[in-house]
Ligand binder design. Structure first.
Ligand code: DGL
Length: 272
């Protein structure tokens, strides 16, 4: 048993989409979340920059005594999961891509045409395609980067026609030309526009890695005897820029729960 917190991080508020699933399934767990809101988006940056930022954040989480790190960001998972594991060999470091890739590979789809959407870096890395095909080589996989989604979401432009136009711009042809029947939301920001996507393409099955990572977290905690055993309601959310959008999003997520949320602005320069 271990009552230390689990550390989550993302380039911004996207990784928050994992939190409600975790809190529902594992209510004893305490969370420290870091959103790098001052430097978001990561998805169009050079891999070396993403790696440097991620090592800094993981270092900060480790200094805060986390028992596990969850990379709640596909872009980081696709870029430097191995480096992070090497840097922190004593604690489990979980990436978000493998659990979703396993699920896609193991479930039947109407015509086995899978679409992956994500940031430029995630799509260019082909991390999803490689992993899914490793588990199931019979699937037809196409992917497309949707670089305007994250900035719009970070701006809170979600349920309106600008977002819908942006979705149609990237996905109309992609989905019809490739006959996509199953779409993987390969960026943790995208569950926030899941409803828009489903409304525009009602026949498509959507896979949400922010939800699928939960089983892996549970298993890893159990296998390493790290599950917490006393109820905790104290969670801390750090941001490198404590923006109004970030605070609003967290307040929205915890609206109907008794969880206490502490916000902290944090200067990562100390952890270089
Ligand atoms: N939420 C992130 C992901 O899952 C990154 C978005 C970004 O910063 O571009 O890829």
């Amino acid at each position: 048993m271990d009552n230390r917190p689990i550390g989550f991080f993302d380039s911004g508020l996207g990784g928050l989409t994992c939190i409600p699933y975790l809190m529902k399934a594992l209510p004893n767990e305490r969370i420290i979340y870091f959103g790098d809101t001052a430097r978001t988006p990561y998805g169009s940056k050079a891999p070396s920059t993403i790696t440097a930022f991620s090592l800094q954040i993981a270092n900060f989480l480790v200094q805060n005594n986390v028992k596990m790190i969850v990379i709640a960001c596909n872009t980081v998972s696709a870029t430097c999961l191995d480096e992070l594991r090497k840097m922190f060999p004593k604690i489990p470091v979980l990436g978000i891509i493998t659990p979703a890739a396993k699920l896609v590979a193991s479930t039947c789809t109407p015509n086995n045409h899978i679409g992956i959407i994500g940031t430029k870096v995630t799509i260019k890395s082909e991390a999803y395609t490689t992993k899914i095909l490793k588990f199931n080589p019979n699937l037809d996989i196409n992917s497309i980067a949707c670089p305007t989604f994250v900035p719009l979401i970070e701006e809170g432009i979600i349920q309106n026609e600008i977002m819908d136009l942006s979705i149609k711009y990237y996905l109309d042809n992609f989905i019809s030309y490739n006959k996509i029947d199953t779409l993987v939301l390969g960026c943790t920001h995208y569950p926030l526009i899941r409803k828009n996507i489903q409304k525009l393409y009602p026949n498509i099955r959507i896979i949400n890695p922010s939800e699928e990572i939960l089983e892996s977290i549970k298993m890893k905690l159990k296998d390493n005897n790290l599950l917490a055993n006393s109820p905790s309601i104290d969670n801390t959310f750090y941001a490198s820029d404590l923006s109004e959008n970030f605070v609003n999003m967290i307040n929205r997520i915890f609206e109907n729960s008794e969880f206490k949320v502490a916000f902290k602005n944090f200067d990562l320069e100390t952890y270089k």
